[in-house]
Design a protein around this ligand. Structure first.
Ligand SMILES: O=C(O)CCC(=O)C(=O)O
Ligand SMILES: [Fe+2]
Length: 246
């Protein structure tokens, strides 16, 4: 086990890890909090600085198109009833390379050689949402890799609503989480992270055999007012090749 504590739903405060990195283009510290051990879900405070968050928002500004959906063979389709946000794919300039390095050096990132595909930014205005889905694909012959881990970083959170809901995670009971998690939702609704600029959720999508974890089901809940923008950092690994580089 990665952790000493077996209390998955209420990690002790000793589970906080502070990481400081000098090589992610500038010195940067963030704080990790264990949310769930299986599936592995970590909440990261200040994964990006406020300046980085606003630069990322600026970089994506002119690039937004309707967000796609992917089938298990990797084909793209559109269905605004299911996913109504906008997506921008970012050029790999210096800030992006810094964030890729920061992601690779995250202590819980176990596939340092995995392929990071171009980073994408998701934008949600009023009523925009992304209903329940997995970030992983079921194995099919046409797609030889899968998304092993996800960072979802809130880069703009001037909104109400728009939480990131994991309906199959056990609700967090300790009030200390209410700073970041919706503590007013119904029991049984899992865990809903509230958008907070600069903070991120990291999770592993695949089990040790490379199979998708159904416990990672999640949704971007509808924004009720304002604007939410988030950055995805997805790492890809090959199927059945023991987490090798894609
Ligand atoms: O918007 C969110 O909170 C989640 C976004 C998401 O799940 C995705 O882009 O795959
Ligand atoms: Fe997702």
């Amino acid at each position: 086990s990665l952790f000493e504590s077996d209390e998955i739903s209420q990690p002790a405060s000793e589970d906080i890890t502070i990481s400081s990195i000098k090589d992610a283009c500038r010195e940067h510290s963030y704080k990790s909090h264990l949310i769930s051990e299986d599936p592995l879900v970590i909440y990261i405070e200040s994964f990006v600085t406020p300046e980085e968050a606003s630069q990322l928002t600026d970089l994506s500004e002119s690039k937004f198109k309707l967000s796609p959906l992917w089938s298990d063979d990797g084909k793209v389709s559109f269905n605004p009833n299911y996913r109504s946000s906008l997506t921008a794919s970012l050029d790999r300039q210096s800030l992006i390379q810094c964030l890729e390095t920061r992601a690779r050096s995250f202590p819980f990132y176990t596939t340092p050689n995995a392929l990071i595909k171009p980073l994408v930014v998701q934008r949600y205005g009023p009523s925009n949402q992304y209903r329940d889905h997995y970030d992983w694909f079921s194995s099919t012959p046409t797609l030889d890799g899968n998304i092993d881990s996800t960072f979802f970083v809130y880069i703009q959170a001037n909104c109400t609503g728009g939480g990131t809901n994991f309906p199959r995670l056990k609700a967090l009971e300790d009030e200390k989480w209410c700073e970041w998690v919706d503590c007013d939702q119904e029991l049984g609704a899992g865990v809903t992270f509230r958008p907070v600029t600069g903070n991120a959720i990291f999770w592993r999508n695949l089990d040790a055999e490379g199979e998708g974890l159904k416990s990672t089901l999640h949704a971007g809940l509808p924004v009720t007012e304002g604007m939410k923008t988030g950055l995805n950092i997805w790492s890809w690994v090959r199927h059945n090749k023991d987490k090798s580089e894609l």
